[in-house]
Design a protein around this ligand. Structure first.
Ligand code: F3S
Length: 279
């Protein structure tokens, strides 16, 4: 069938950097190193790194030798705990996440009640919340109950959210009432470009495939934006999850992929889909 690709898709520079750093430390330490949490939200990449000796731990107390900090970052107390354990830290926190962390610290110093628009359970948000005291996380209108009345708010956003969502939440905070508000855009431009390209493509095709890990926030956001365009959308981790009924009666398919989806998964999917005869 005819397959069109989004003009921007797949690995972002932050993920590429984390992967390169992991490759380098594994070359230096063939006996294996530790990663605090999965290096990226992509099962296939995590499995490949596991075969190469990257061991995933979820607890600082399991850390020894050398520990890789993934692109989502970690809160300051985790770095301190790791230093206290005497382990070598290789920090692959994305520069844009580091920027958001620094902004949170600065806003708190300037006397703002810091508010992060983001998913409270997402690793990046969990880390960012640690860069000042009493940071409040909101992601849905009902979360605004958590905010003090008439406050002086300094607002940032999870890097992978959409501009529309951030704007909506800021608008609701303003409408609810505040003494002063300072909004700093911490959205990732790499994510925004992928979102814009996905929306543009979704408007031209009969069905959209969004490739990437089910845990990947930016991939889920891409799928959500495509669905909002009214096109049938499938969020798949790879070709193994494809089924013929997804393209039944369709002639043009669009493909995009999250910032943590490797090129080989995209190529394999696109090649197979191009060969597929839809009925
Ligand atoms: Fe960094 Fe944006 Fe990628 S925040 S890890 S460049 S999605």
């Amino acid at each position: 069938m005819e397959v069109k690709l989004a003009s921007k898709l797949g690995f972002c520079f932050g993920v590429e950097r984390a992967i390169e750093m992991a490759e380098r430390v594994l070359a230096r330490h063939p006996e294996g190193v530790y990663s605090l949490g999965e290096i990226i939200h992509n099962r296939q990449v995590v499995e490949e790194f596991s075969r190469k000796g990257l061991k995933v731990i979820n607890d600082v107390n399991q850390a020894k030798g050398l520990v890789l900090i993934r692109s989502h970052g970690e809160p300051p107390e985790v770095f301190e705990q790791l230093r206290n354990r005497g382990v070598e830290i290789v920090d692959a926190t994305c520069v844009l996440v580091k920027r958001a962390q620094q902004i949170v610290t600065n806003l708190a110093k300037e006397g703002y009640q810091v508010v992060v628009v983001g998913q409270v359970k997402h690793p990046e948000v969990k880390a960012v919340l640690g860069y000042a005291d009493d940071v409040i996380c909101v992601d849905k209108p009902e979360d605004l109950e958590l905010l003090p009345a008439d406050g002086k708010f300094g607002i940032v956003c999870q890097t992978t959210h959409s501009l529309e969502h951030f704007g909506r939440m800021v608008g609701l905070i303003v409408a609810r009432g505040c003494r002063e508000i300072k909004v700093i855009n911490t959205l990732c431009e790499e994510v925004r470009r992928r979102q814009a390209a996905a929306v543009e493509l979704a408007r031209q095709v009969d069905v959209m495939f969004v490739l990437g890990g089910k845990q990947s926030a930016n991939t889920r956001e891409l799928a959500h934006l495509c669905q909002e365009q009214g096109v049938a959308t499938y969020h798949l981790e790879g070709w193994e999850e494809f089924s013929p009924d997804m393209v039944s009666g369709k002639s043009v398919a669009g493909v995009t992929a999250g910032a943590s989806t490797p090129q080989w998964i995209i190529e394999r999917f696109v090649n197979n889909l191009r060969r597929f005869e839809s009925r």
